[in-house]
Structure formats: structure tokens, C-alpha cells
Design a protein around this ligand. Structure first.
Ligand code: ADP
Length: 493
């Protein structure tokens, strides 16, 4: 129960506001159960127990969500931008007022440490706050005409009904990052959260409703992913899909969207490199590696998947890094001391162990950690002398396995970093301005962390190059993804 001072001593799974845990979908302003009563269990990754359910909607119900968004679109698109901004602002205030409950919900369904879940709520709310302000800044243009008697105008228009498909690793922030700019621009949305983590999405929808988001403007649905994906891509009403998830599913969605030339934003796999150069500050390098690798137990698309250390700093870096990795606390996300929570599911654990086995078979040695001792808790693990062609350098590990690979020259480091079809985030540590400038430019990625592993915020354009995706989320560039530019040419003036 909540204490009088606002601090909570809630049981695992309890919230101060119990009604934020929903087991219904949100369509056209109504909370609906599935037609046939089918439900999808939501598991607590730490205990393995079922802690909630989401409805598995029928195709007709999923279609009704698209219809509701279509019906709501004209009114929302014509609403004053100030009004849309004010509603978003109220949504932001409500999310922050419920930060602790939402964080508990994230920890419950995703397993991440509570301190990281609180940070996710603040980060996710940041998008709502940013786009609440940005809504009023969707300016048009008057372009000086090259001939007389004409006025050339450019007017921003909302794209229309948009869809969001979001992953389980940042279940709250990945949804606000899409819904906030869409709503600010005047679009309406059908959102499908990952089936492992629907609860925070439904809680967000509930707070959006309380903030005054009109019925049909934001719909949240759950069910069979392939059925919903098929409907969203084939519906001519849905004009844009914003997806965060695997490259494989992203490519499928792109293919299915091609016949209708649907707009897409795709935030896909990462395989981020971290380059540590001889001229790096040792403590900064260790801190960067810890954050870039182990946040969210390594389950992030911008997680440093490959750590390359130049030979002059390699041994010193490993010595300090090993101490810090072995000090990371593994356990229940609800324990305030926990640094590394459970992985999302047993398939996640199996993948990390496969990468570990492969690296060791290729000559790597384990400095800290090792295999899981059962369940979904995977110990933070550090490997040295990993071969540059180990499996983990080619696939995203998505777990707390840090692999350090030595390299000789700056040029060799850049070549290794770029030796991937992906290009989302990259990190580099150096105190030499020339190295920073040269490598920062040479790295093929959408984002570069320089002497930091913490780069995400609502005010910057997040996104990738190469097979890591299309489009940007966050900042004014993220709003542009939900806007069409209409050019009007008036003659006879
Ligand atoms: P991950 O490996 O991180 O779970 P996925 O790409 O499988 O990544 O999942 C990301 C999101 O895409 C989730 O919401 C998931 O339910 C959804 N998804 C999975 N398969 C499909 C599909 N065929 N069509 C549409 N969405 C899908």
C-alpha cells in the first residue's frame, strides 16, 4: 500500500493505481475484450509467472481500430495545433505524475531494473513534452516566385491514419516516440505493442484518454502479430507505418507496404561497434562500455555489440572493465540494487549462450560471468581475445555479453567497425580531437556517441543507415515523418 509520504511499499505486481493494469484493448475510445474471449498471457520475466493478459483481437476488431482512426482523422487534423499541443502537454503531465506506477509496470512485464524503468518513463515522456511544443511550430513557407503574378506556397498536412508497431525492450518509450509526433502533426494512430509487453502501452492509452485525446485518435490493439501486420500493410486507409523491431520483420513490412507505396519509418537492428583508442581516458572508456553494453541487460538496438580496443590500451582497459563488470548486480528488477535484470525470454538466453559458446570455441576466454544458471537470469559476462569473425560480431547478441576484440591502427579499427550491413549507433572513446573528428565522420552509422554510451533524448534525430532502417524519430525531423508537404501555386495575382 502507498505510504502517506508518497513512498510505496507495494508488493511485486501492485501499483498505487491498480486500474492502470488493463486487460482490454483500446479502440475508438472504448475498452474492448476480444470477440471470442481469447487472451495472451503476459509473463514476469523474473518469476516466470503470469502477471497479466491482453486480448487477442479478431481480424474484424483490428479492422475496427483502423476504421475508428479513419473516422477520427478529419476532426483531429483540423483541430487547432495549440489545442493538440495542450492535450499532449496534459498527457505528458499525467505520465510524469504516474512515473513510479508506469516504471513498476515496465519492470513487471519487461524485467528491467526499476531505476532503468523510471528513466525510460522520463525519456518516453520527453517525446510527448517535446511534440506538445513542436505542434505549434509546423510552419508553412512562401517561396519567392521566379515569374510575376504568382504565389508559391507550401503547407504542411498530416499524413493521415498511421500505424505503430513497437518492440518489448522499451515498451513505453518506443510508443511515445511514435504516437506523440503523429498526434502533434494531426495524424491518428493504431498502435500494436509487442505481445510480451502490452501493459505499459495500455496504461499510456488510459492516460491519453484522461488527458483528453479524443476517441479514435489513438487506438491500441493486441493479437496475432502477423494478422495485425497484414491488415495494417494491406489497408489503403493506413498511410504510414512506423516500426521498431527486427530487420527481418521490417523487411517483410516494407515488402507488404510496397503495392500501396505506404510511407515507412523503420528502426531496425543495430550491431553497434564501440572503438576505444589508445588516446582514450581509461575511466571514460570503461564507463562508456558499461552503459553502452549493459543498459537494459544489453537488450537494446543501440547496445554496443562489438567492443574494439586498440592494442596500447587493451590490457589496461580489460583489467578495469573486468572489475566493474563483475561488480554488476544480477537479479530481480524490483530490487533497487539490481543492475542486470532477467532477459525477456528463454530464447533470448539461448541466443546469448550460443554467442558465448561460439566465441569461446573461436579462442576467446571468459574474464567474468558465464552461462545462465537456469531461468532467464544471464550473468554479465566479459570475453577477451574474441576473434574478429566470431558470430557475435555479425549478429546482435541482445544480452549482457561484452566481447572485446583487439586492433592495431585507427584505420583498422574503422574498417572493423564498418564491416557490417547495419548502421544504427556507434561509439568511440578518444581524447584526441583529430581521432574524434576523423573516426566520427568515417563511421557508417546514424548516430555516434563520443566518450559516452548514453545518447538518446527526445530532442535529437534517432535512426540508422544501411540495413538499420529508414527515417528519424525525435526532434523536428521526427515530426516531419508524419507530415506531407503540399505545394500550392496561385496564379493571376
Ligand atoms: P523482436 O525480435 O525484438 O521481438 P520483432 O521484429 O519480432 O522483434 O518484433 C517487433 C514487433 O513486431 C512486435 O510488436 C512484434 O509483435 C511485431 N511483429 C512480429 N511479427 C510481425 C509481423 N509478421 N507483422 C507485423 N508485426 C510483427
Amino acid at each position: 500500500m502507498p505510504h502517506a509520504d508518497g513512498a510505496t511499499s507495494l508488493e511485486r505486481g501492485e501499483l498505487s493505481r491498480a486500474d492502470l493494469i488493463r486487460d482490454k484493448a483500446y479502440v475508438g475510445g472504448q475498452w474492448i475484450a476480444s470477440d471470442d474471449g481469447a487472451m495472451i498471457d503476459v509473463d514476469d520475466p523474473f518469476t516466470g509467472k503470469v502477471i497479466g493478459q491482453s486480448p487477442s483481437l479478431s481480424e474484424a476488431q483490428a479492422r475496427a481500430a483502423i476504421d475508428a482512426a479513419e473516422k477520427a482523422f478529419p476532426g483531429w487534423a483540423q483541430e487547432l495545433t495549440r489545442k493538440r499541443g495542450a492535450i499532449l502537454r496534459r498527457w505528458f503531465d499525467l505520465v510524469m505524475a504516474h512515473q513510479e506506477d508506469l516504471a513498476r509496470l515496465i519492470t513487471l512485464e519487461n524485467g528491467k531494473p526499476l531505476k532503468e524503468a523510471r528513466a525510460e518513463v522520463a525519456y518516453g515522456a520527453g517525446f510527448i513534452e517535446f511534440y506538445a511544443e513542436e505542434a505549434g511550430r509546423m510552419f508553412g513557407e512562401i517561396i519567392p516566385a521566379p515569374v510575376s503574378g504568382r504565389r508559391l506556397m507550401v503547407e504542411p498536412e498530416p499524413v493521415g491514419v498511421c500505424a505503430a508497431i513497437t518492440p518489448w525492450n522499451f515498451p513505453l518509450a518506443m510508443l511515445t516516440r511514435k504516437a506523440a509526433p503523429a498526434l502533434a502533426a494531426g495524424c491518428t494512430m493504431v498502435a500494436k505493442p509487442a505481445s510480451q509487453t502490452p501493459l505499459s502501452a495500455y496504461a499510456l492509452a488510459m492516460l491519453a484518454e484522461e488527458a483528453g485525446v479524443p476517441p479514435g485518435v489513438l487506438n491500441v490493439i493486441t493479437g496475432k502479430a502477423s494478422m495485425i501486420g497484414g491488415l495494417l500493410t494491406s489497408s489503403p486507409v493506413v498511410r504510414k507505418i512506423s516500426f521498431t523491431g527486427s530487420t527481418e520483420i521490417g523487411a517483410q513490412l516494407m515488402k507488404a507496404s510496397a503495392p500501396q507505396i505506404k510511407r515507412l519509418s523503420l528502426e531496425l537492428g543495430g550491431n553497434a561497434p564501440l572503438l576505444i583508442f589508445d588516446d582514450a581516458d581509461l575511466e571514460t572508456a570503461v564507463e562508456t562500455a558499461l552503459v553502452a553494453k549493459f543498459r537494459n541487460s544489453g537488450q537494446s538496438c543501440i547496445a554496443a555489440n562489438r567492443i574494439y580496443a586498440q592494442k596500447g590500451i587493451y590490457e589496461a582497459f580489460l583489467e578495469v572493465f573486468a572489475k566493474r563488470v563483475s561488480a554488476l548486480a544480477l537479479g530481480d528488477g524490483f530490487n533497487e540494487a539490481t543492475d542486470i535484470g532477467p532477459l525477456i525470454d528463454s530464447a533470448g538466453v539461448a541466443k546469448v549462450e550460443e554467442h558465448l559458446d561460439d566465441a569461446v570455441a573461436g579462442g576467446a576466454s571468459i574474464l567474468s560471468g558465464g552461462k545462465s544458471s537456469g531461468g532467464q537470469l544471464m550473468p554479465p559476462t566479459l570475453l577477451r581475445d574474441v576473434a574478429p569473425d566470431a558470430l557475435l560480431t555479425r549478429e546482435e547478441t541482445f544480452g549482457p555479453l561484452a566481447a572485446v576484440i583487439p586492433f592495431d591502427t585507427v584505420g583498422e579499427g574503422v574498417k572493423l567497425a564498418n564491416d557490417t550491413p547495419f548502421g544504427l549507433a556507434a561509439y568511440l572513446c578518444s581524447d584526441n580531437p583529430a581521432t574524434i573528428s576523423r573516426v566520427g565522420r568515417a563511421i557508417e552509422s546514424g548516430m555516434v556517441g563520443i566518450n559516452t554510451g548514453l545518447i538518446s533524448t527526445a530532442v535529437v534525430p534517432f535512426g540508422g543507415v544501411k540495413m538499420s532502417g529508414l527515417g528519424r524519430e525525435g526532434s523536428s525531423h521526427g515530426l516531419a515523418e508524419y507530415v506531407n508537404l503540399k505545394y500550392l501555386c496561385q496564379a493571376g495575382l
